[in-house]
Write a protein that binds this ligand. Structure first.
Ligand SMILES: NC(=O)c1ccc[n+]([C@@H]2O[C@H](COP(=O)([O-])OP(=O)(O)OC[C@H]3O[C@@H](n4cnc5c(N)ncnc54)[C@H](OP(=O)(O)O)[C@@H]3O)[C@@H](O)[C@H]2O)c1
Length: 352
């Protein structure tokens, strides 16, 4: 069967959106196995940097150039329109919403949650790297997707593009996931690694910002909210939980001094911010807490911006996946991997 073109609407065109666009539209020849992913981007919507719409396909290369050179889409670009993310999700003709807007905790995943809800309601597929909607409303969104015969894919929400969710869904058939344990936030892991070497928390955060993986406002990371959102996503999607980040027993690292971290290190252990989810009867309990990890534990060598997840099941011994020094390309790959899955499924089933 000939590959079909997927019409995509991008909401959010920041670091991740631009990297996806760069790989698919600027650097495509470098990646031969992407050659038959035929994507037409019919809209790109940002919050404050403009929106582009073209039913025949936005000129993505031009969009990238403009946003990088001018800091926004050009006023002279004939594709420039005034439209919100929600109106775009509601009105434009597309096959897949690629939701890459900012994580919101206080607003409980909004407005991304509304964008995704609207797309699924209209029987459109969704690919997202935004944890918020899944951390706050996975089970509702999944039911809506199933009722409407569409796919909700989110491989980049946790550990960037590492294929965690595809492993859990297709590699562990028949297993019940009974527990999850991970180091899931790069900023806190980096800061703790640097504090072990004597760097102050504030200085380590500045280094993480310079290296590009800590947010300009690192509060969400340092206070454990990003980790809480990630373990909520994992528990909701892999363990059938219906928790939100507010239900996670959460600890951050802002209270720590270099001496606290080095004391643990001198005792032959490493201080790590560990996320866990455990089945307790019918409920799933999730936690983000500092733990002292002994040398020799598989979690001990996960330093700097690395991540790790251990998946416990009833049928298999724990499976441990690690990610070392991820970059933006890893996150972009997760989004592209989801688009490829969708392309393949549409090809087999003929669904649009
Ligand atoms: N960066 C990573 O490595 C990484 C890894 C895994 C997951 N993620 C997740 O991926 C998503 C995107 O991350 P990012 O690093 O690309 O973020 P970013 O650079 O801050 O970009 C966010 C984009 O979303 C747009 N946006 C925000 N609110 C919007 C709204 N209400 N309507 C329309 N557009 C809106 C922003 O527009 P303006 O710029 O105009 O405000 C911007 O284009 C986030 O949810 C993040 O948590 C990121």
């Amino acid at each position: 069967m000939t590959p079909r073109q997927l019409r995509a609407l991008f909401i959010g065109f920041g670091n991740v959106g631009q990297k996806v666009a760069e790989i698919l539209f600027l650097e495509r020849e470098r990646f031969p196995n992407l050659r038959d992913l035929d994507l037409s981007v019919v809209g790109i919507v940002t919050k404050t940097h403009g929106a582009l719409v073209n039913n025949n396909g936005v000129d993505v290369v031009k969009a990238l150039r403009e946003i990088r050179e001018l800091g926004r889409f050009s006023w002279t670009n004939f594709e420039l329109v005034s439209i919100s993310g929600l109106d775009a999700a509601r009105q434009l003709e597309y096959d897949v919403l690629v939701e890459l807007s900012t994580l919101s905790i206080n607003e409980r995943g909004e407005p991304a949650l509304l964008h995704i809800h609207e797309a699924l309601q209209r029987k459109r597929h969704v690919v997202t790297a935004n944890k918020g909607p899944l951390a706050f409303a996975y089970s509702d969104l999944k039911s809506l997707a199933d009722e409407n015969g569409c796919r909700l894919l989110y491989e980049s929400t946790v550990m960037d593009g590492t294929p965690l969710f595809s492993l859990a869904q297709s590699g562990l058939r028949g297993c019940t996931i009974t527990g999850l344990k991970g180091i899931l936030n790069s900023t806190t892991n980096f800061v703790l690694s640097r504090m072990e070497q004597g760097e102050r928390l504030e200085d380590a955060v500045k280094t993480a910002q310079k290296e590009g993986f800590a947010e300009a406002d690192p509060g969400h990371d340092l206070e454990g909210w990003d980790a809480a959102a990630k373990i909520a996503v994992l528990a909701n999607t892999m363990m059938g939980a219906t928790i939100t980040p507010f239900d996670v027993d959460r600890q951050g690292i802002t209270h720590l001094q270099v001496e606290d971290v080095q004391k643990v290190s001198k005792a032959g252990k490493h201080l790590k911010l560990i996320c866990t989810a455990k089945r307790e009867g019918a409920a799933v309990r999730a936690r983000v807490a500092l733990e002292e990890i002994p040398h020799g534990d598989p979690f001990a060598p996960v330093g700097e911006s690395g991540s790790i997840l251990s998946i416990e099941t009833d049928l298999m011994a724990p499976i441990i996946i690690t990610e070392t020094d991820p970059t933006l390309s890893d996150t972009a790959y997760g989004v592209i991997n989801d688009l490829l899955s969708l392309r393949d499924e549409c090809r087999v089933s003929g669904i649009r």
